[in-house]
Design a protein around this ligand. Structure first.
Ligand code: HEC
Ligand code: HEC
Length: 341
């Protein structure tokens, strides 16, 4: 055998092994710096945060649709409400934004966040007594919280809102999805909510922003609200979820006073949130048309739905302000139905 040839072969083998080792090392370094390269769908729960339309979108057609959805959520009145230039797209009847209640463009825990929401539909809806999809759920808020009309399924605006919610709902770890869902838990006080106690709390904790007349603040009639109204003609109507004292108390507990209260660090106690929720809901507001058609199966109506008809004999006043425990106990005893709101 030719000796130099053997040396050459050995040298080549050594080079090859070295080269390979360097390549593997480089690959490891790259993955260490940016693990998302191999696991873009499996972000570890500690590193996860909700997507943000201000920073996490590109320029693809889908991204543009999502962006438009984000704009509608944050400036609803300008796009589909009273401030929209074109009269025929004024579907919302008040100047609130979806974001007035679904805070931080639907990205805050404790405010019926949109993070993960698309993964929960279709679902059974007692209010309509049938399976409902996400489009129908959005229209539920259009007709009540926004005191307006339904957005057509195939309108660009509805498609954009849905695209935004679907985008926020992609790759959300299961435990985060549960954390973002719904409102703060509330131990419902076993007493009637007291509007006078609520008024004192309102003056102390709410009035600086929402004003003593509850009408909120905005620079002019042509601007969006800095602080939205809580009652009166530009507020949610009497068929809205926020008009139920229990739901409003849950929202308030986890979110108000704004920028102070969070889901984990509420400012008001459960009882304070309950009284102040009664106070803001004790004033005049727009009336939803045909409220009696809600909940075709009246047994499924939440006990705190403040408008009739009900299958029980409790007074309208008790359905609005409680105490709710006796009503819940009646449903459980007479009809075997457990109710939480
Ligand atoms: C005045 C407050 C308010 C405004 C404004 C509002 N919503 Fe809601 N929204 C609620 C409440 C309260 C609920 C939950 C009701 C319940 O649980 O009974 C809700 C629930 C939802 C849900 C279902 C959430 C889930 O986790 O199942 C969607 C989707 C939704 N709203 C979309 C919208 C959109 C889109 C807009 C704007 C066009 C909007 N909402 C405006 C108060 C509001
Ligand atoms: C520092 C100002 C501030 C204070 C104090 C404050 N809020 Fe708010 N509130 C806001 C803002 C801002 C929003 C809407 C968030 C948005 O548009 O991004 C809001 C939204 C709301 C909403 C849902 C939207 C609507 O118009 O119905 C309710 C209900 C509400 N606040 C009740 C209260 C109550 C009750 C208190 C007192 C316990 C309170 N707020 C204290 C600023 C405030």
């Amino acid at each position: 055998m030719d000796f130099p040839k053997v040396i050459r072969l050995v040298a080549q083998a050594v080079y090859a092994v070295f080269g390979l080792a360097i390549l593997v090392l480089m690959l490891l370094i790259v993955l260490w710096v940016n693990p998302a390269l191999i696991s873009s769908n499996r972000v570890s729960p500690e590193d996860w945060r909700p997507r943000d339309a201000k920073t996490d979108l590109g320029t693809s057609p889908r991204d543009n649709l999502v962006k438009y959805g984000y704009e509608i959520i944050t400036e609803t009145s300008k796009h589909i409400g009273p401030m929209a230039p074109k009269v025929n797209v004024r579907y919302a009847g008040n100047n609130l934004s979806c974001q007035s209640c679904h805070l931080e463009a639907g990205r805050k825990t404790g405010s019926a966040s949109f993070v993960g929401v698309a993964n929960r539909f279709p679902q059974f809806r007692g209010r309509e007594n049938k399976m409902g999809n996400l489009i129908e759920r959005v229209n539920g808020c259009m007709e009540r919280s926004m005191n307006g009309k339904v957005l057509p399924d195939n309108s660009l605006e509805m498609q954009a809102i849905i695209a935004y919610m679907e985008w926020l709902s992609e790759n959300v770890p299961k435990d985060k999805e549960a954390q973002y869902k719904g409102f703060a838990k509330l131990e419902i006080p076993n007493k009637k909510a007291d509007v006078n106690t609520g008024k004192a709390l309102y003056i102390k904790h709410c009035q600086t922003c929402h004003m003593d007349n509850g009408q909120g603040q905005r620079p002019s009639e042509n601007d969006k609200y800095l602080y939205p109204p809580l009652w009166g003609k530009d507020s949610y109507n009497h068929g809205a979820g926020m008009h139920r004292v229990i739901t409003a108390a849950q929202f308030i507990k986890g979110n108000m006073p704004y920028l102070e209260a969070t889901l984990d660090n509420p400012v008001l106690t459960d009882e304070e949130a309950y009284h102040v929720a009664a106070y803001i809901n004790s004033f005049q507001r727009p009336q939803k048309a045909n409220p009696e058609v809600d909940f075709p199966d009246k047994k499924l109506k939440p006990v705190s739905t403040p408008y009739g008809p009900w299958v029980d004999e409790f007074s309208p006043d008790q359905h609005k302000y409680g105490p709710f425990q006796p009503i819940m106990a009646w449903y459980e005893k007479e009809l075997g139905i457990k109710k939480s709101k």
